[in-house]
Design a protein around this ligand. Structure first.
Ligand code: ADP
Ligand code: MG
Length: 330
């Protein structure tokens, strides 16, 4: 069975006459052993979804199954699921070892045994030398790893991570992304990872759900979500795509529908169909981003480093391979 399954799950708050639809009729299947990401803007329902999986929140409609068992009415501690929170939620007065062993103590495990387990988990996250420190004596990244060890010590079948890297600076964040990914692969545990950062979701996940307003706008692999967004919302949110209105799509030889064109699929082409004035030119390090205005629409192109650059204000033409014009549903 799937690790997690939602069948028409809703979680509404407030009066039924004017509910806040935090999660609204969501269908979702997360395969066992997957690194699954939930991506969406703030307020789109990601945290509520995690809380529904962990059991801290109950659905107002629908059913939730974990490994085939309907857990809709099962309390959190009987679900075999653990959560790593963005703010880590460590106990400040306890040292690292006791923080990690806490869940095992609650379960009644003997001290020697739970300390051995805690040491094993600390080694897993490369903190074996830090067991006697207090959380306040650790860096942000180290605290994050303690929170991870504390969740993993319970041997959950599903690990939920709610924006776990949100408080880290970019460099540390990237290092932790690699570390989390390799940890998940070694342990084979199903990870459900919430983020509002599209790069993080695309680079880490085996598959992901894009949330918008309590609903799933699209589910797929990173490549599917990136290259074949179903809607304007997904195209916009998941990358700096050019979103073209139906009239322009038609002018480019497509149907009268919204379409998307990735900036990196555009190139300078003297006979290309997109002709316009260069309105901005920005150096990206790996190349240049050139924006033109054509038929009232701003279009961005990423030109690789070393290719000839137009001047701002110049008239240029951009072309693309026909398959790059991606037609969307709405
Ligand atoms: P995200 O994690 O994607 O930022 P949330 O799941 O936290 O989104 O919230 C989704 C929506 O549900 C938001 O509009 C939020 O204000 C609302 N919401 C979440 N929890 C509650 C609650 N306990 N009571 C009322 N509204 C809530
Ligand atoms: Mg949230």
């Amino acid at each position: 069975p799937a690790a997690v399954e939602f069948r028409s799950v809703s979680r509404h708050f407030g009066p039924s006459s004017a509910p806040v639809k935090a999660v609204d009729s969501v269908d979702l299947t997360i395969a066992e052993g997957a690194f699954f990401a939930m991506l969406g803007p703030s307020g789109s329902g990601k945290t509520t979804c995690l809380r529904l999986i962990s059991g801290f929140e109950s659905p107002t409609a629908g059913e939730i199954c974990i490994f085939g068992e309907n857990v809709s009415n099962t309390p959190p501690h009987l679900r075999n699921v653990n959560t790593v929170f963005q703010d880590y939620a460590l106990f400040p007065h306890m040292n690292v070892r006791d923080n990690v062993a806490y869940g095992l103590m609650v379960k009644g495990m003997a001290k020697a045994q739970r300390y051995a387990k805690a040491e094993e988990m600390l080694a897993l996250v490369h903190l074996d030398a830090y067991g006697s420190r207090k959380p306040g004596q650790l860096s942000g990244g180290q605290r994050q790893r303690v929170a991870l060890a504390r969740a993993l010590v319970n041997e959950p079948k599903v690990l939920l991570l709610d924006e776990p890297l949100g408080a880290l600076d970019l460099k540390l964040r990237e290092a932790m992304q690699d570390e989390l990914k390799s940890l998940q692969q070694r342990l084979g545990i199903t990870f459900v990872f919430v983020t509002h950062d599209q790069h993080e979701a695309l680079s880490m996940a085996d598959s992901l759900a894009v949330f918008n307003d309590g609903k799933i706008a699209q589910i797929g692999t990173p490549a599917q979500i990136y290259a074949q967004p179903k809607t304007r919302f997904v195209a916009d949110f998941v990358g700096s795509s050019n979103v073209l209105p139906p009239a322009l799509t038609q002018n480019l030889g497509g149907p009268a529908k919204w379409s998307s064109l990735r900036p990196e699929s555009l190139h300078l082409d003297p006979s290309g169909p997109l002709q316009g004035t260069v309105t901005s030119l920005r150096y990206l390090g790996s190349g240049h981003r050139v924006a033109i205005t054509t038929q009232g629409q701003d279009i961005a192109a990423i030109l690789p480093a070393g290719s000839p650059l137009p001047e701002p204000g110049a008239q240029i033409q951009l072309g693309f391979a026909p398959a790059a014009l991606h037609i969307m549903d709405e």
